[in-house]
Design a protein around this ligand. Structure first.
Ligand SMILES: Cc1cc2nc3c(=O)[nH]c(=O)nc-3n(C[C@H](O)[C@H](O)[C@H](O)COP(=O)(O)O)c2cc1C
Length: 325
């Protein structure tokens, strides 16, 4: 099979593979290593600034110091507050000024990101979990869809990879598979199915360059797909995490007050923000002292058996694709 797909053309890369944005795991070295090997690493601005304490533009320049190959930016564009949206607009402008031309947007209306990116010759792919969001993304002028399935790490969707592809192909845009791909076989299978590429998160946490804790990486290696559960307690919406004693203590479902606040459009965003900030602090503390055991991961853990350099993964998967019929 060929490495060239609409994704490689849009992103200006060699291998149709995205090292997906990960809050709080997308550190400078990981993004750079994935890009340098021919895939594309996606910068997560909130992770850079809030988790790693690096000013956004400075972070982009540090990555540039490690690789000259294309990198992307994740813009979470949910209208949570005017202040947040203003900051995201500034980050997108800074990314464009620093030469970023590929954007992965999540939540909200991607139109303004598409307008800015297109004016600079860039491309925007939008995370979607089902057709109704793809329709909105298409109306917003995006260039591709990232199909987040039920096996994904982070906020998983409701569909399996095959059903989601069938639902999204009629929109006529390139579709990237996000969720459940942890090894070269899964990568080749997704491309063979008709996906234009794969976006991985969990696989890239178990790498030398990712600065997540050793306990988190070891848990990814030790867990299989049945050890991944969805909890609403971290961000207010189902989030895929490794089933640990800490997760069991915390519980999987929002409590009655949280459910009531999440139903009310006026309080929904405020509560989600509060839960996210609370979980960020525990994840951040966990990265240092390994006690939080609140570890996000997808069902792709099933295919992950060793901690490797990110570049070795990209190169091995590319060779497997080229060798496949
Ligand atoms: C720890 C973690 C954090 C994530 N954070 C984000 C994020 O901030 N923004 C985003 O668009 N996707 C996020 N994702 C989703 C990934 O970019 C990717 O789509 C997903 O991990 C694919 O599933 P996989 O983990 O099975 O490879 C996150 C995933 C993980 C595992």
């Amino acid at each position: 099979m060929t490495l060239e797909t609409p994704l490689t053309k849009h992103a200006g890369i060699e291998v149709p593979l995205i090292c997906g944005a990960m809050y709080p795991c997308s550190n400078v070295e990981l993004v750079a290593a994935a890009s340098d090997a021919g895939a594309i690493g996606i910068v997560q601005p909130v992770t850079l600034t809030f988790v790693h304490g690096i000013e956004f533009r400075d972070g982009l320049r540090r990555i540039r110091g490690l690789t000259k190959k294309p990198i992307g930016m994740n813009a979470l564009i949910e209208k949570s507050s005017a202040r947040y949206l203003d900051r995201m607009k500034r980050w997108v402008d800074e990314a464009l000024e620093e030469g970023v031309r590929f954007f992965v947007t999540s939540l909200g209306d991607p139109r303004w990101v598409a307008e800015k990116a297109h004016a600079a010759g860039g491309f925007v792919y939008h995370d979607v979990t089902e057709a109704k969001w793809a329709k909105k993304a298409l109306d917003g002028g995006v260039d591709g869809l990232v199909a987040v399935n039920a096996r994904a790490g982070g906020h998983a969707g409701p569909r399996d990879p095959r059903a989601l592809l069938d639902e999204l192909l009629p929109f006529g845009l390139p579709v990237v598979c996000a969720g459940g791909v942890g090894d070269a076989t899964g990568f080749v299978d997704a491309l063979r199915m008709g996906y234009a590429g794969v976006q991985c998160g969990t696989r890239f946490i178990a790498t030398r360059e990712c600065d997540a804790s050793e306990a988190y990486k070891a848990a990814i290696l030790a867990t299989d797909a049945s050890g991944i559960v969805l909890t609403e307690r971290l961000t207010g919406v189902p989030l895929a995490v490794i089933d640990t004693p800490a997760v069991r203590r915390m519980g999987l479902h929002a409590n009655a007050l949280e459910r009531w606040l999440l139903k009310n459009p006026r309080t929904k965003h405020a509560l989600r923000m509060l839960l996210t900030v609370r979980s960020a602090w525990s994840l951040r503390r966990g990265a240092r002292v390994d006690r939080s055991q609140l570890w996000q991961a997808g069902k792709s853990v099933a295919g992950i058996h060793s901690i490797e350099p990110a570049g070795a993964i990209v190169r091995r998967w590319a060779s497997a694709l080229v060798a496949a019929d």
